[in-house]
Design a binder for this molecule. Structure first.
Ligand SMILES: Nc1ncnc2c1ncn2[C@@H]1O[C@H](COP(=O)(O)OP(=O)(O)OP(=O)(O)O)[C@@H](O)[C@H]1O
Ligand SMILES: [Mg+2]
Length: 363
């Protein structure tokens, strides 16, 4: 026999407090009569501040929201906006989707409005990621086509330079030039191999990966190569995170690229921090399944990335370094996509940079 839940005021209060969407009830005289915890979280306004306050005052900067509530109260119709509403809380903007339903008495009289707010930051981020991936795949295909065309003549140049070197006597000064030719053709060859791998991956070898061990190993190696510099390495791993399913080699390459970029962005002194956490509220829809995600953050206090450059860092060949190929982050982006994750960069020029990698956890 199923047990019936006793339904009382407490029960409804608990339900409303537990809902993930923000719920705001605007009663007579435009006074706020209910403001659940999710609404506090989304708007950055505390329940104490909001309750019994005038809705129009609390949300004075939110024109669209005010218009929606006014229209619903006036007409008794439900209004919604999934595009434009942005709630300014701590000065930050947050995309939300809002619905406003009339609160009606049995008599049909509208006595207020019920506003529900859904935080769609993650949806917006996903949309941006999809646009970015589209752009990259077109460019990747183009670049790989070009790489194929370059590979053969390049082999010819290298072969000719080697032959020329052999013709020159040991102490000839011209040997300096042939050496440069060979070294530089090898550099181009390396770039092309990376590019071709970008376009036609070797296929993934999926197995459980102990992600914290992998990160610690990379850090240990990099620590040794950074001798002579005063770089502090900080780690903060959430020990409850289990192994993830992925391609170990690819993941190693991903994090090595990110960590190296950070180290390259710092001078003689610096702090590199690597941490992990579970994002329990972060659900990425994939093939209609939902996946819990883990976030790995790599932050440095290096040069930072200029605002004008941040859009371009994922683009093949974008580099600000004299010896850089500009393929590192393009490869990172591809590896993360292949693991059904997400990667984003945030940077404050002059202060530092944070890369966040999201990877799905097993359910
Ligand atoms: N942590 C960081 N701090 C500052 N700038 C960064 C950071 N990571 C990346 N960048 C910027 O993004 C650009 C592209 O990075 P990416 O790794 O793709 O190429 P690269 O490092 O220049 O070359 P390669 O990785 O082939 O050596 C860099 O040249 C740099 O300007
Ligand atoms: Mg790099």
């Amino acid at each position: 026999m199923t047990q019936r839940v006793k339904i009382g005021t407490d029960y409804f209060a608990t339900v409303i407090d537990s809902v993930g969407d923000g719920i705001i009830v605007v009663g007579r005289d435009d006074l706020i009569t209910l403001f659940n915890p999710a609404a506090e979280e989304i708007t950055g306004i505390s329940g104490n501040q909001a309750l019994e306050a005038v809705f129009g005052k609390v949300f004075s900067t939110e024109k669209t929201l005010l218009e929606m509530v006014a229209k619903t109260v006036r007409t008794g119709l439900t209004t919604s906006d999934h595009q434009n509403i942005v709630v300014h809380s701590t000065g930050k903007t947050k995309p939300v989707s809002a619905t406003c339903a009339p609160m009606m008495l049995d008599s049909g009289e509208t006595v207020g409005a019920i506003v529900t707010l859904k935080d769609i930051t993650y949806i917006r981020e996903l949309e941006a990621a999809v646009r970015q991936a589209d752009r990259l795949s077109t460019m990747g295909t183009l670049a790989a086509g070009l790489a194929h065309e370059i590979k053969n003549p390049l082999g010819g140049i290298k072969g000719a330079a080697q032959l020329l070197e052999r013709e020159l006597c040991e102490e000839s000064e011209l040997r300096e030039y042939t050496r440069v030719m060979i070294r530089e053709t090898e550099r181009i060859d390396h770039i092309i191999r990376e590019l071709l791998e970008l376009a036609s991956p070797r296929g993934m070898l999926i197995a459980p990966v102990a992600i914290h061990r992998l990160l610690s190993d990379i850090l240990l190696l990099e620590k040794q190569t950074k001798a002579g510099r005063d770089i502090r390495f900080i780690t903060g791993f959430d020990p409850s995170i289990p192994d993830i399913l992925g391609d170990e080699e690819m993941l190693k390459r991903l994090f090595l690229n990110l960590i190296r970029n950070s180290l390259e962005a710092m001078g003689k002194n610096g702090v590199l921090s690597v941490s992990s956490r579970v994002l329990s509220d972060y659900r990425l829809a994939q093939n209609e399944k939902f996946a819990r995600m883990m976030a790995i953050e790599i932050s440095d206090n290096g040069t930072g990335i200029a605002a004008a450059d941040i859009e371009n860092i994922w683009t093949p060949f974008f580099t600000t370094k004299s010896g850089g190929s500009g393929l590192g982050l393009t490869i990172c982006h591809k590896i993360v996509s292949e693991h059904h994750g997400m990667i984003k960069a945030e940077s404050e020029p002059g202060r530092g940079t944070k890369f966040t990698v999201l990877l799905p956890l097993l359910q």
